[in-house]
Design a protein around this ligand. Structure first.
Ligand code: ZN
Length: 505
């Protein structure tokens, strides 16, 4: 009979193999999106399916389940180090959740969402809602079934949310979002009616050569702390960040010679994710103490660097000379103030991924309310376009011209990602609260940014967020770091304070 300590080693080895398999999957996924020739798609799909089967077998290995059962009843579960206790509790939680899913449902979900995504891409191109509707009905039905199997103890929406935001509860999130919405909608309206508008021509009417952009954004990413010895930056159509191992973080971006912010803010965003990955505890890689707390916390790190650092006036005091050296023609007659102002445009638009920092949250909250209503059986899938357009008109003062610019624009629901959307705005909300706390603790952060010093902020995030791993759920993590209960107040105030003046409000 092995001792609990020996069993723990076996559990850890098994979980480490999970991480090895997951990062092989991530490596072929990264390759597919950056380097793979088009014709290689069919073979790659077979590789991915083969690997997925191996991963699933390994993750649901009954021997690991038995070991976790044994450990949960051992003294290590209550008297081990905090990292050991959390590892036992969370690995068991993950294992049990996975084991409660019948194989039939796993396969049906996989099959249906693959097909639904293909239908979605055709339906979106043709703005053909009736084509996608029956598929979404099946996806939502399967996801409700998944929720009932995996977490019968939870509200079905919370059960789905739990995959992305462990511990998240819609009853806590909804009032915060409602508060935020009640403050953003008037801000957007006030900006639309303002006589003063930020002048963004410096960014929209000049040419920023791509080779110079590539050098420039690399310098910026390195300066905020992204470690290029343990990471890479490559090119894709849809920017992302992925971890291929404890010392291998990949970020990507795209380039637009006529609009510098595409690459720059894409990189600041993905490098923010990357800083989190690079700050997780190496020795616990792939195990709960070395894993991200949630998607919301992950997004808080990307949004913090992208918006709260990268769009600040102080950042541009430091960054502008670097930018002018990179783009001497485009920025010959400019200064830091002019570039900063050009970044503060608020403009309601139909497409979420093109939205500015302020209206972005309205896009997200709309989706959160609608998908929750569907999961709760309060809104038939067939009625989604009408509900979407009504809500959009109320929040943005615009009506989508067709469903391609409305309910059909995102792939998430077709892919089975239900309960995922709120993590974007939760990330913004956590970012604003964390930044306010960092400013209170670290003194004059703007002066540090203006001098190009980002290490004090990064060190604080490393300590308060990155090193915590999954030992705390999002809310306790943010509350411990900031000393305040989670609220939308910081985000709402930060948006009003930064965007109001640009519109003379
Ligand atoms: Zn992100």
């Amino acid at each position: 009979m092995p001792t609990p300590a020996e069993t723990f080693v076996a559990v850890r080895e098994h979980a480490r193999k999970n991480a090895l398999l997951a990062t092989i999957d991530a490596a072929i996924g990264w390759d597919e999106r950056t380097m793979m020739p088009l014709a290689a798609g069919a073979w790659r799909a077979e590789q991915a399916a083969e690997l997925a089967a191996v991963v699933h077998r390994h993750r649901t290995d009954a021997a690991q389940g038995a070991r976790l059962e044994e450990l949960a009843a051992s003294p290590l579960a209550t008297a081990g180090t905090p990292a050991e206790q959390a590892t036992i509790r969370l690995l068991k939680h993950d294992f049990d959740k996975q084991a409660r899913l019948p194989t039939r449902l796993v396969e049906e979900l996989a099959r249906t969402t693959v097909e639904a995504q293909q239908v979605w891409s055709l339906a979106k191109a043709a703005s053909d809602w009736p084509k996608l509707c029956p598929w979404l009905e099946r996806v939502f039905a399967l996801k409700r079934e998944q929720a009932a199997c995996q977490r019968p103890d939870l509200d079905p929406y919370d059960a789905l949310l739990d995959d992305y935001e462990p511990g998240g509860r819609w009853r806590a999130i909804a009032p915060r979002f409602a508060d935020l919405r009640s403050r953003i909608v008037p801000l957007v309206q006030a900006c639309a009616g303002a006589t003063r508008r930020p002048d963004d021509r410096i960014l929209t009417e000049r040419v920023y050569p791509v080779p110079a952009q590539q050098e420039f954004v690399r310098q910026v990413a390195a300066r905020i702390g992204f470690d290029f010895e343990r990471g890479r930056l490559d090119t894709t159509d849809h920017p992302f960040c992925t971890s291929l191992g404890p010392d291998d973080c990949r970020i990507t971006t795209r380039w637009d010679e006529r609009f510098l912010p595409t690459a720059l803010f894409g990189v600041l965003h993905e490098a923010g994710h990357g800083l989190y990955d690079q700050g997780l505890l190496r020795e616990w890689y792939g195990l709960p103490p070395g894993e991200a707390a949630s998607l919301g916390i992950h997004e808080s790190q990307s949004r913090l660097w992208e918006n709260l650092v990268g769009r600040s006036r102080a950042f541009w005091e430091w960054c502008f000379p670097l930018a002018r050296a990179a783009f001497p023609q485009a920025l010959a007659d400019a200064d830091a103030a002019r570039v900063h102002e050009a970044l503060l445009v608020v403009k309601p638009s139909f497409i979420r991924v093109e939205a500015d920092e302020v209206t972005y949250n309205l896009h997200v909250m709309l989706r959160f309310d609608l998908e929750r209503a569907v999961v709760h059986g309060d809104l038939p899938v067939a009625d989604l376009p009408t509900a979407w357009n009504e809500r959009f008109a109320a929040d943005f003062g615009l009506r989508p011209p067709d469903d391609a610019h409305g309910v059909l624009q995102d792939i998430h629901w077709s892919a089975g990602l239900i309960g995922y959307f709120p993590t974007y705005t939760l990330g913004n909300l956590y970012a604003a609260q964390l930044m306010a706390a960092a400013e209170a603790r670290l003194g004059d952060l703007p002066a540090a940014f203006a001098a190009g010093e980002f290490q004090p902020l990064l060190d604080w995030l490393r300590r308060e967020v990155h090193a915590v791993g999954r030992l705390l759920e999002s809310e306790p993590l943010v509350e411990r770091a900031t000393g305040q209960t989670v609220s939308a107040d910081w985000l709402a105030r930060s948006l009003v304070d930064r965007y109001g003046p640009a519109y003379g409000l």
